[in-house]
Design a protein around this ligand. Sequence first.
Ligand code: AMP
Length: 225
Amino acid sequence: MKASKQRILLLGPPASGKGTQADHLSRAFGIPHVSTGALLRSECARGTPLGIEADSWTSRGLLVPDELAVRVITAWMAGNGPRFLFDGFPRTTGQAEHLDKALDAAKTPIELVIFLDLSEEEIRRRILDRLTCAACGTTFGGSLHGMKIGDACPSCGGDLIRRNDDTEEALTERLRVYRESTLPVVTYYQDKAPGIFHKINAGEESDTIFKKLSALVCGEMQKEK
Ligand code: AMP
């Protein structure tokens, strides 16, 4: 299959599968995938001033300031072409406006916005069970896969850890921030670009979701009700 959409946003709450699906789509269609959360975690792991500042927000379940998020994504865009799959950006309407302005100026507008929708009950269940590979970032459902903290990642052998914001306390805050700051981004694109906006039920099987997303990327699927 050939991608007809080259600039794609994946929006959705924590644990809606944005990262996993973006990774699959990136491999299938060769579109570069970038997660602002992963970029910030990598800065933090390297101990850069930006990473240390970001961690003071992320560890509490808060968004980093727009200026910081825009800075990391702008640096990424400068080193990559006008093709991307963004996972976790934009997360505020301020970031969305900034992104649209930059893309309009370059005459490379967004071509597809996908909102992965998931109930809060399922978000909680997934996050509190989630294990993440410290080396490659792949995530696993601990109880689903019979894995625990400290096990080796089946993909790369790295250590499986619990992210420091995948805790009950940080999650409550992340969900509040999601409702207050990120859901308005969903409305922003739904209103501004209804023709390219699609909502997908993220509670379905991962393979089913991937097929739907692939069809959207190829321009072959109509809107879900
Ligand atoms: P994620 O890996 O997407 O769950 O992001 C982890 C954390 O990184 C979030 O809870 C925020 O603290 C921070 N973060 C990621 N992307 C953004 C963004 N676009 N704007 C502000 N903060 C972000």
